[in-house]
Design a protein around this ligand. Sequence first.
Ligand code: UDP
Length: 237
Amino acid sequence: MLPKYKRILLKLSGESLMGDKNFGMDSTVIAQYAQDIKSISELGVQVAVVIGGGNIYRGMNEAETGIERAHGDYMGMLATVINGMALQAGLEKVGVYTRLQSAIKMEQIAEPYIRRRAIRHLEKGRVVIFGAGTGNPYFTTDTAGSLRAIEIKADVILKGTRVDGIYTADPEKDPTATKYGTITFQECISQKLNVMDMTAFTLCMENNLPIVVFDMNSPGNLKRVVTGEKVGTLVTS
Ligand code: UDP
């Protein structure tokens, strides 16, 4: 089975790690993600991962947390490193070589983010997990995903979510909503479809980086996307 993509950036949300829990992470979800990532790495696909932190902490809501936005955002970035370490442990358990690179220096647990080094790891078949988002407050991990994907020249960003693609309306609220197989960046804008936050979305659009939105919680789906099956929604220029 020949993969459609040579190098991918997989964006996972922190919340998806919770599974059925209300907080934190579920070991069965991590084990499933690890197996799915392993299956595409074995096809020779170079895999980089950006993981969110929303299951542990979101800095954005100053009114709710009572913590100044920038300060809270740094806390959110640290949360992504915890998730990155959890995924790293899950991957190594199933025999996948990994490197965790952090945008905020913490040398006892992660390499610092060095673009050329990350590419070298990928070429050697290691899965590279990027932690701490962009390293800057006022950004999201979706933006970190787009940025890193462009930096490492990934062929595509695969956004793993709970829904299996982009719909005409929110499928959890509107039963008549239908799914797009493919859609252009411009159509997403004109239909006001919220694929990623604007910063992340614009980065992809301006750099011709296709996005696939798909359901990462169905085992085997990641491999289906990577081998070109019509899973999820593809956003292109
Ligand atoms: N964050 C940030 N800069 C970044 C990435 C993340 O400040 O480049 C902070 C921000 O507070 C965010 C939190 O980290 O709320 C967790 O990331 P995100 O909400 O994107 O995670 P997800 O929704 O994917 O779980």
